[in-house]
Write a protein that binds this ligand. Sequence first.
Ligand code: G3P
Length: 216
Amino acid sequence: MKFFIDTANLDQIRKYRDMHLVDGVTTNPSLAAKENTDFRSLIKTICDLVQAPVSAEVVSTRADEMFAEARELAAISPHVVVKLPTIPEGIKALARCVEAGIPTNMTLVFQPLQALIVAKIGATYVSPFLGRLDDIGQDSMDVLSVIREIYDNYDFQTKILAASLRHPLHVVQAARLGADVATLPPTVFDKLLDHPLTTIGLERFLADWGKMRPEA
Ligand code: G3P
């Protein structure tokens, strides 16, 4: 499973890239707004930094305008993946992007039928928002598992990008169910390698090592 980082913050991207954990980046308008800088320049910098897929989302809501934005975003770098909302106008824009050879990430997906539709049209990635489903008391992993089943039934090539992950268990569950990618916010990255028994174990090893008195 690939790990993408769900942030537009350059320091965070550098931090986890230096640990060899970043296979790509996802952003959305909320994350980009936090950086308070020119969006297109930021996306270009991120692409140059990671040299891997970087999702950049359109903010128009009409298909024609979405497609125009998609073309502008795709021109920034060959690493750009255009994120489109899974609404009827977004589906129309998706079809045009597919025809134009622009990689896409269909976002705000909450049910298997949405995932089936975008795969039929040829999306590159589908992003089910798992944490937001759990937030409203729906088992997100059921949704992920049905999407995986449908995609396998028809050998769809659309990659399942598990998004809106809130904790390490989400990552494990998504991996068990065969998500192709998990996009993790920095807070979840921090927790991935944090196990108290590892910390305590290392402290003990080093303390014992410090007590060693080599024979003269
Ligand atoms: O990648 C989608 C993600 O940014 C949404 O996460 O935590 O806002 O539901 P969240």
